[in-house]
Write a protein that binds this ligand. Sequence first.
Ligand code: SAH
Length: 222
Amino acid sequence: MINFAQARNDMVQKQLVARGIRDPKVLSALGEVPRHLFVDESLRDEAYDDNPLPIGEGQTISQPYMVAIMTELLGLRDSDRVLEIGTGSGYQAAVLSCICQWVYTIERFPFLSERARRITSVCNYRNISFRVADGTQGWPEEAPFDGIIVTAGAPRIPKTLVAQLAPGGRLIIPVGNRFSQTLKRFTRRDDGDTIESFTGCRFVDLVGEHGWSPSFFSEWQH
Ligand code: SAH
């Protein structure tokens, strides 16, 4: 049995600080959230490794560095409300909940959403709302959001999500083909929207009306 607190601290230093993550709020959130509780018991000892891990339904919990850089790019303030598409394990939602006012998170698989709800509640993260739906539609009843984070790979930036950004709001999303994407930040500004590109990455598919269509083969493979 490994020392999880020690492993988490090493993760922050060697995977995040060493690669240029600087936001103290992001470093402290990843230094606090017990990532090992968000993976299957059989994978706990690997929870702080430098890679994604399977979480069931053919989906993955993202690599710690990817969680950190996406969170840092959101540039969150305490008072911000954030929408996440792709709840998965609930880990990214827990990290966000440490550094903003409220997190709204959408997952298409009921099983994953239910499990994430249970774990975050056990860990006492109270400022998260869960929904099972196609997240490419956003969450219109709660819009606009100061930040939107899409944790699955998209063919293009969904217009529906852009429309749910507050003025000054940021949307972080991996955009590309099904095998590799580029992390993008869309910022809504009165004097003209901007799109910036960051690191290359590889995410599971964003499947939905404004994402990829469900392919029989990939769903069947899972
Ligand atoms: N943020 C997650 C990583 C999840 S992997 C974590 O911290 O563990 C991406 C997730 O996006 C998968 O669970 C997948 O089922 C979900 N997903 C894909 N397309 C979706 C859509 N249109 N709406 C909601 N969730 C979606």
